[in-house]
Design a protein around this ligand. Structure first.
Ligand code: ZN
Length: 337
């Protein structure tokens, strides 16, 4: 099952389910498939808390589809990030290829950090390059959505706590982060990662949550990242910059959930992003960073891709740039919907 979120008439996020490229709203499931009315008013996090493993929702969708119900066209809904996570626990240095490109040793336990909800945006929404950085970069990551509370769970039981997966972009300001190739001589960055990775809009998520039963083995997925520069010799061309496989993870999804839950209880609707493979801009030769006018896109196999325009701190982009075109198309769609 593929779960999305959209804004209702009151601009509140509610959950829907994708079927054949259309969205079946939970409200429609109440009327036509006997879904409990309380569930229809919930956002995805609330739904996960109320309907463990989404079994009730899944059954209602199956009944609805069997009865010939078709969803509403995607374009008529204002889709947003499929989850407003509770906690966002992030894992650094978790791909052999990414650790190797930095010349670092393989870590013997996961490196954890956090983002907050201010960072979350959906597909198509602007990613803001704040005035505090000149070295914005992408990181394609597999996002793990918690379904059932996980507290001190062993590795063998950890996957029972995973509801599904989402494509994520761990946008990072490399100069703030203190990455050497991004630093001007004599500067050091923050010495920690909170601003570098937690600034507003630094976590595009989407386009949907694919439930664990549908996605299959999370260690057998290709994940890719693209950069469309607004300027330079490749202006307007989408360049593949990251191309990795989740099988390259140092710590598996199960190991990460177990490790985190040993000290931090994970609740339904919490999110774990699991690290990035090689190919990020800062370790390219020479380094490549995202600037206003560019587009960035990430995709995890079987989930779908998330594209975001880069805008400056005031929301501006150069006219005619790839970002400007995407934003103009988005405005048209919003008007039509
Ligand atoms: Zn990351």
């Amino acid at each position: 099952m593929r779960v999305v979120a959209y804004l209702d008439e009151l601009d509140l996020p509610v959950a829907g389910v994708l079927a054949d490229g259309r969205v079946i709203t939970l409200a429609a499931l109440v009327e036509r498939a006997g879904l409990r009315e309380e569930l229809a008013l919930l956002d995805v996090r609330g739904l996960l808390a109320e309907d463990e493993d989404l079994a009730e929702t899944r059954a209602a969708v199956a009944r609805a589809v069997r009865d010939g119900m078709r969803g509403v066209p995607l374009a008529t809904l204002r889709l947003v990030a499929p989850l407003e996570p509770g906690k966002i626990v992030c894992v650094g240095s978790n791909y052999r290829s990414h650790v190797t490109e930095q010349g670092q040793p393989i870590p013997d336990h996961p490196l954890l950090f956090a983002k907050f909800s201010n960072a979350v945006v959906g597909d198509g929404a602007p990613v803001i390059r704040p005035a505090t950085t000149q070295a914005l970069d992408l990181e394609v990551e597999l996002g793990v959505v918690i379904g059932k509370r996980a507290r001190r769970v062993p590795v063998e039981a950890a996957m029972d706590h995973v509801a599904g997966y989402v494509s994520a972009n761990d946008v990072s300001a490399r100069d703030l982060q203190g990455a050497k190739p991004a630093l001007a001589p004599g500067t050091r960055g923050d010495g920690q990662w909170l601003r570098a990775k937690g600034s507003d809009t630094f976590l595009p998520l989407g386009p949907c949550i694919v439930t664990a039963d549908e996605l299959g083995d999370p260690a057998a997925l290709r994940l890719r990242g693209w950069h469309t520069p607004a300027d330079g010799p490749d202006a307007g061309r989408e360049l593949l910059v990251q191309d990795g496989a989740t099988g390259d993870m140092i710590f598996s999804v199960a190991q990460l959930v177990a490790f985190i839950s040993a000290s931090i209880t994970l609740e339904p609707g919490d999110l774990v992003i699991t690290g990035t493979p090689s190919g990020v801009g800062v370790f390219r030769e020479p380094p490549v960073f995202l600037v206003p006018g560019d587009l960035v896109r990430v995709e995890v196999e079987g989930i779908g891709s998330v594209t975001n325009p880069i805008v400056d701190a005031d929301g501006a982009v150069p006219s005619g740039s790839p970002a400007a075109r995407l934003l103009a198309g988005r405005d048209d769609k919003a008007g039509a919907g």
